[in-house]
Ligand binder design. Sequence first.
Ligand SMILES: Cc1ncc(COP(=O)(O)O)c(C=O)c1O
Length: 383
Amino acid sequence: MKVPFFRLRLSAQEKKEVADALASGWITSGPKVSALEKGICALTGARHAVAVSSGTAGLHLALEALGITVGDQVITTPYTMIATIEAILYTGAEPVLVDIDAATLNIDPALIESKITRKTKAIVAVDIAGCPCDYRRLRAIARKYHLALIADAAHSLGADYRGQAVGTLADATVFSFYSTKNLTTGEGGMVLTGRKRLADEIRLLALHGMTSSGWKRYAGGSWKYDVVRLGYKYNLSDVSAALGLGQLRGFEKRQAKRAGLANRYNRKLADLGGLLDLPFCPDGSNHAWHLYVIRPIPERWGISRDRLIVELENRGVGCGVHFIPIHTFTHVKKILPVGRYHLPICEREAGRAISLPLYPDLTLREADYVCEVIHELAKRFVG
Ligand SMILES: Cc1ncc(COP(=O)(O)O)c(C=O)c1O
């Protein structure tokens, strides 16, 4: 059997939404984008949402609109996708990396305070794999030191922390609608905030700093506008938003499928307890199940993590690694003082992480096959 790491199947309804957008006579940012913003606000309970061209763009704009600039420091995690760090670098600020909690793989709030300096202006927390960070502690630190708190929620649309939806837990929350994410527009993203002025600033920055959009001008508004900031071209098109609207309709159902598959993995791999660590989500939080990351216990296996991935792939099981620690990349080593970093937990956990296939189109039969292969490999390679 072949189980790809990811497979996207769009419904007839989703394709129809895109076809309708194409036929509507207006294909860039317009009514579909506004409808998607409203839809994500309704889903999360957030007050304001601004659609953007990617999660990376959303992080950049959130940081800039919150005043992060050259000479500032922003605390974040090394266990993330490079986009988190690139967005901080775009503002001219320095990312300061803080080690993670081994159970959740999220930034460890207990290690943050010792890294705060007079230059620290913000924390960017990442909900790895869809498990919400410890927002109660992060918010307390942010309040105490007057820092902005930004949630990189690229993985966690649909998750909640102690009953409160991701999207409402930080000064700004950024979702990614990249092709593999829990809700996709192909490429795209969204910034959510409870603060209208922040949302207005982000909207302005996302479209050249112009006071009026093309849709407003051509749909009966005045041709006049001003440019009041150095902005960017980070808007989302209506064609992309149409796909997002279609995806939004099926969101709860797809999330239930992801949770059901994660449960299946949990049950079928439970007996490998002392050989593998399975994903962990703290009591009271709901995981979005974007990724299912297992961590073999290296001392128990006669082969390395990398070889284990090859063995899985040889048996038709596609795998991913989330993530390669960002301070090990060539470019990051050139520009950040990585020699001074002490990030042993990130290095240990990233070195044993394997992401298994997890997506709504995955069948229970396929998930069971993945578990059978892991059992077979455990029999063969565990000493
Ligand atoms: C943790 C994290 N942050 C940010 C991003 C960037 O999102 P995008 O690809 O939409 O720019 C990603 C994308 O995979 C991600 O995994």
